[in-house]
Every structure is written in structure tokens, then in C-alpha cells.
Design a protein. Structure first.
Length: 122
């Protein structure tokens, strides 16, 4: 792997690890709210928390592999970010700053993974 491709991959890995951390924090926050409140359905809150934490762990695994230069990690990273593009657009309509952050991180990962893939192919 060349230094050029590692640069794109490491930038993408950092952005992906940031998304993983955000998901894990979101999952823990929802879990804390589920324990502390009585107004919501605790089962749905617990399942949402579990899903967010598991997704965060999965993204962390892919981000770590991407940082290490594993070629297999490019596909799940790109699929996740392609899914996040319409989510970010939708989120930007309700919470503009959150949508902008999600779209920016998705574009960073997509460009970084694509650049790393182009460098590996050359």
C-alpha cells in the first residue's frame, strides 16, 4: 500500500471511527434514558440502544480494519456511507447541523475509501 492510499484510508478510518463513537454514545444515552424515565416503552428503548451500540461496535471494527489497510473493509464502509447519504439529507431537513455533520462525514469516508482503492489498484 502506498503512502497516498494510506492517507485516504486513514482519513476515512478516522471519520468512520468518529461515527462509531457517536453511535455508541447514542446507544448509551438511550439506555440511560430508558432506565430513568417511565413515559416511554422500555423495550423499544432497550432495543434501540442495543442496535446503536452493536452498529457502533461493527463500525469500529470496520474502521480499525480500514486503518490497518484491510481491503475487505472498503466494501462495508462504502455500503454504510451510501446508506447514510439519504439519512443525512433527511436529517438535515429537521436538524440542519446534525444532517450537515452526517453528510460531511459520509462524504469524507466515501472519498477516502475511493482514493485508497484507486491507489491500491494502481
Amino acid at each position: 500500500m502506498t503512502a497516498e492510499s494510506r492517507g485516504g484510508g486513514s482519513t476515512a478510518a478516522l471519520a468512520l471511527l468518529g461515527q462509531a463513537l457517536a453511535l455508541a454514545v447514542l446507544g448509551l444515552w438511550v439506555a440511560i434514558l430508558a432506565i430513568g424515565t417511565h413515559d416511554h416503552d422500555r423495550l423499544s428503548d432497550a432495543l434501540l440502544a442495543l442496535l446503536a451500540v452493536l452498529a457502533g461496535l461493527g463500525l469500529a471494527f470496520v474502521g480499525r480494519a480500514l486503518a490497518a489497510g484491510a481491503r475487505w473493509a472498503r466494501a462495508p464502509a462504502m455500503v454504510w456511507e451510501l446508506i447514510m447519504l439519504p439519512v443525512g439529507i433527511s436529517l438535515a431537513q429537521g436538524i440542519p447541523i446534525a444532517g450537515a455533520l452526517l453528510l460531511a462525514s459520509a462524504v469524507i469516508v466515501l472519498v477516502g475509501v475511493f482514493a485508497a482503492g484507486q491507489g491500491a489498484a494502481a
